[in-house]
Design a protein around this ligand. Structure first.
Ligand SMILES: C[S@@+](CC[C@H](N)C(=O)[O-])C[C@H]1O[C@@H](n2cnc3c(N)ncnc32)[C@H](O)[C@@H]1O
Length: 266
């Protein structure tokens, strides 16, 4: 993709372009485990820039993702693209007649998404915001999708629960969410701490972090959030092997806490 955020520059790199920053191998997003995951993502994408993010995929790969995603969407519903980035999916979907709102924690990527939408004469709405606290009234959307491992960027179980509960709240009754998560099996330059499930990656000379999910972590997350209508599958999506989580908001089941376990009466 050549369109997104052509002129975006790293917040820390002064007048250097992101490309130059990456070539110099400067690690600008130093991480520490106590850093808020939202702050980590914002810092990382501000340094990486929209063009470099777009350079990590291709038009062909985006077409494959759209081919697999579109059959899951209906035009009469309102869709929320959570962690929408530079509008890679929201813009073409809006051009095809879907009602899409994209939200992302990185202001520079939302700037690039708006520019991309203008260029394509498409009209999705874009907001800067956090998936842990979605700024929409309850029941605003018929469905949610959250792709390209945006959910993996939540590195604590608490953040993950907040995000799932927030998605449940903004879904209308019967609405569903679809998340595609990375397995990190093919990724290079990745270090995984098996105890904390923290994944550290070198991307264009920057350090980024994520959370390694598997079937068990997602099942537990669904149970913790009181969701009983869900599925977890390891499956090809958009041309690569992904962990796919789908869950639905069924009335009366939102953000239900698991009842405390009591010993059986004697
Ligand atoms: C790899 S990009 C994927 C972008 C987009 N989903 C796509 O498929 O092109 C991951 C995105 O997740 C966003 N993100 C990370 N944490 C977030 C949070 N707490 N709330 C909203 N967006 C978040 C990042 O800013 C980034 O744009």
């Amino acid at each position: 993709m050549r369109h997104a955020g052509r002129d975006l520059r790293s917040s820390r790199a002064g007048r250097r372009s992101n490309g130059e920053l990456a070539d110099r191998g400067v690690i600008v997003a130093e991480l520490d485990d106590t850093m808020d995951s939202g702050q980590t993502s914002r810092t990382f994408y501000a340094a990486l820039g929209a063009s470099a993010l777009a350079g990590r995929t291709s038009d062909e790969k985006t077409r494959w993702v759209l081919q697999d995603l579109e059959p899951l969407l209906q035009k009469e519903k309102r869709w929320l693209d959570v962690g929408c980035g530079y509008g890679r999916l929201a813009v073409p979907l809006a051009s095809r007649g879907y009602q899409v709102t994209g939200i992302d924690i990185s202001p520079n990527l939302i700037g690039a998404a708006r520019a991309y939408a203008r260029e394509q004469r498409a009209s999705p709405a874009f907001d800067v915001g956090d998936m842990r606290e979605l700024p929409y009234p309850s029941g605003s959307f018929g469905g949610i999708y959250c792709l390209w491992a945006a959910f993996n960027e939540l590195t604590t179980r608490k953040d993950q629960r907040l995000a799932i509960r927030s998605m449940l709240r903004v879904l209308e009754s019967g609405g569903s969410a679809f998340l595609d998560l990375a397995t990190y099996r093919e990724a290079s330059a990745v270090r995984i701490d098996r105890r904390t499930r923290r994944v550290r990656m070198e991307v264009s000379g920057l350090t980024h972090q994520a959370y390694l999910h598997d079937r068990q972590t997602l099942v537990r997350l669904m149970e913790d959030c009181g969701v009983d209508d869900y599925s977890v599958r390891l499956k090809a999506f958009g041309g690569r092997q992904r962990l796919l989580l789908t869950f639905a908001r069924s009335e009366g089941r939102v953000a239900r806490r698991r009842p405390p376990v009591r010993p059986p009466p004697r």
